[in-house]
Design a binder for this molecule. Sequence first.
Ligand SMILES: NC(=O)c1ccc[n+]([C@@H]2O[C@H](COP(=O)([O-])OP(=O)(O)OC[C@H]3O[C@@H](n4cnc5c(N)ncnc54)[C@H](OP(=O)(O)O)[C@@H]3O)[C@@H](O)[C@H]2O)c1
Length: 283
Amino acid sequence: MILVTGAAGKTGQAVLKALQKKNAKIRALVRNGEQAELLMNYGIADAVTGDMSSQEVLKEALTGVSSVYHICPNMHPAEELIGQLIISTSREKKVEKFVFHSVLHPQTAKMPHHWQKLKVEEALFESGLSFTILQPAPYMQNILAFKDVIINEGVYRVPYPPQTRMSLLDLEDLGEAVATVLTGSGHDNATYEIVGTDPLTQEEIASCIGKRLNKEIRVEEAPLTQWRLQAKELDMDTYQLETLSSMFEYYANYGLVGNNKVLEMLLGRSPGSLDEFIKREFK
Ligand SMILES: NC(=O)c1ccc[n+]([C@@H]2O[C@H](COP(=O)([O-])OP(=O)(O)OC[C@H]3O[C@@H](n4cnc5c(N)ncnc54)[C@H](OP(=O)(O)O)[C@@H]3O)[C@@H](O)[C@H]2O)c1
């Protein structure tokens, strides 16, 4: 049995979809019954509901499990603590394989959610568990949050400059790579950078979307102060607000770029391009 945490989120669902194709026996850890119900569509064997930061919930979820794919909820302030708890409980429950959903360049102290993932990686090194660490690049799917504005206003509005360079990743490729690592062998003690594209500027991203939509898409930098005001209006909590602000500032200064050779090795083919993603998702 494979336990997938954070299973109802966008990463979790991509992973479940790929594991289903491998006929894997899956348990999902989700927040509530409604999410568990939704995931029945992915053929999961069972679900455990509750708060991932509770040791009791983790004990229940890890009972009878041979492998774990741990996805911490996005921008969770207790990411490091949750990581330590699931690692120690996995040891207690004699889990054979622990695969951790980290992030590209966790070594960046300027981004708190990256740094927390680095500390979880360190805890894994010290755990004695057999582990694999996956470090995914920013998802192409993040662009979908701006889809309506892109289509209706012809603007791709991001809180960093148009020249900011980022390597992107299609979640469908991530799911496939995760399923390969979880159901295959030979990935023990590996740390894999999971990257789909060469570095792309925001202008190149907008141009790629524009070509598919057959119209000009302009990149516009939304000032961070304006983004923060809007986020506050949406009642975003302080940790999320500050962490996202730090991330946007980091992107503006340094971008976030990686190399796709490892993903190509795991998939046995070239990773999906941004153009293929846009063709699929902007129909
Ligand atoms: N987005 C990217 O480009 C990217 C790239 C690399 C790595 N990552 C990492 O990927 C991870 C997952 O991101 P995501 O966007 O897939 O997350 P997500 O869509 O926000 O999903 C998180 C899931 O966890 C649930 N959850 C939240 N708090 C919980 C708790 N205390 N106990 C149990 N379940 C809880 C959420 O339920 P509710 O909906 O009820 O809150 C949701 O179903 C994050 O660690 C992120 O840093 C993201």
